[in-house]
Ligand binder design. Structure first.
Ligand code: COI
Length: 355
């Protein structure tokens, strides 16, 4: 039986930010979605309520052992004033895969999609209209049982919050500088690398802090065992155009399976641009660079969209890619993807979903 979502409206509404000054993830809308999990009831009481702080016991397991997962997707405003989502089912499937890895009870994906649509519809006036802006949707689950034993929690909260956002990087869609990380590692095969869980991001902060002081936007992670094979950047998957062919690291259990990554691969195939998912080592990339064959590099992610990489620094050597400028493929992918997301062009893949 389909569950109904209870709605409790906020008595006061916040002032909306100016859409040309939006940072990523600083401002939140008037309402949020909350659903509880307890045993033996399971997931219950799906509700849209005023955005508010949570009251959680200090012994709740989330604070001690980090059992949590999250997702990131966006709602876009079309020129007709409609709100639309981009491939939301894939995010919800991935949320459940993350749940499995973190021993969190799976959610009903249909109910979660309905909740997101109802919440976005209620907050439609918060979707910013300026170019490059959107309403970022952050579903997440935290373990709330008050208990200090190391075990899967028996209580959870599934929450969805919304944030009007601009570009993720201060560079906007201009090329970023990325440092190849050779000291720290993000994930290992068999670990939690392919799950979207907060711990992966917590463990990435140190490397990020070190390189940020030198002006880098983020680090490029190598595999956690040999520190040889390229995996991903902190908030996005990576693509390299080498000698006419686009290469992206194959999913191996420690790389996040990005929705944007999958969309880029499908777009390239649709255009008959050669694209392969395979292991690629940093040495191979370096050799390609020296041979003048590294034509373009870019990252792809929901928050970052498409972010051209203008410089990669590896063992103190600066690999300047495409003269530090946005490459042809990066631009074409960015333009097409965003035109589909904002409803400005046809969507031959059926990716967008009206709210
Ligand atoms: C996203 O692209 O939505 C992400 O989850 C990256 C995030 C850590 C900012």
């Amino acid at each position: 039986m389909e569950q109904t979502i209870r709605v409790e409206l906020s008595e006061t509404l916040k002032e909306k930010p100016k859409t040309d000054q939006l940072e990523f993830g600083r401002v939140f809308t008037d309402h949020m979605f909350v659903m509880e999990y307890t045993e033996p009831l399971g997931w219950h009481n799906p509700s849209i309520v005023p955005y508010q702080p949570l009251t959680i016991d200090p012994s709740a397991m989330i604070f001690h052992y980090g059992q949590s997962v999250f997702e990131g997707l966006k709602a876009y405003l079309t020129s007709d004033g409609d709100a639309q989502l981009f491939r939301p089912e894939r995010n919800l499937k991935r949320l459940n895969r993350s749940n499995q890895r973190l021993c969190i009870p799976e959610i009903d994906e249909k109910l979660a999609l309905k909740a997101i649509k109802e919440l976005v519809a209620l907050e439609k006036d918060w979707i910013p209209g300026a170019e490059g802006t959107s309403l970022y949707i952050r579903p997440f689950i935290i373990s709330t049982e008050p208990y200090l034993g190391v075990a899967p929690s028996r209580h959870y909260k599934f929450i969805v919050i919304l944030s009007p956002v601009g570009a993720y990087y201060k560079e906007g869609i201009n090329p970023v500088k990325i440092a190849v990380e050779s000291q720290f590692v993000r994930a290992v095969v068999g670990g939690t690398g392919e799950a979207k869980t907060g711990g992966n991001y917590a463990s990435s902060l140190k490397a990020q802090e070190v390189v940020a002081k030198e002006g880098y936007a983020q680090v490029l992670w190598l595999d956690g065992v040999e520190k040889k094979y390229i995996e991903e950047v902190g908030s996005m998957n990576v693509f390299f155009k080498i000698n006419g062919e686009v290469v992206t690291p194959a999913l191996n259990g420690s790389i996040l399976e990005g929705v944007t990554r999958n969309s880029v691969i499908q777009l390239l195939k649709h255009w008959n641009v050669p694209v392969v998912e395979r292991k690629i080592s940093i040495d191979e990339l370096h050799e390609a660079y020296k041979a003048g064959q590294l034509e373009e590099a870019f990252g792809a992610g929901t928050a970052a969209v498409i972010s051209p990489i203008g410089q990669l620094t590896w063992r103190k050597e600066h690999l300047v890619i495409n003269n530090g400028e946005t490459g042809e493929i990066s631009k074409k992918v960015y333009d097409t993807l965003t035109e589909i997301q904002y409803g400005k062009t046809e969507d031959p893949f059926d990716w967008v979903e009206k709210v």
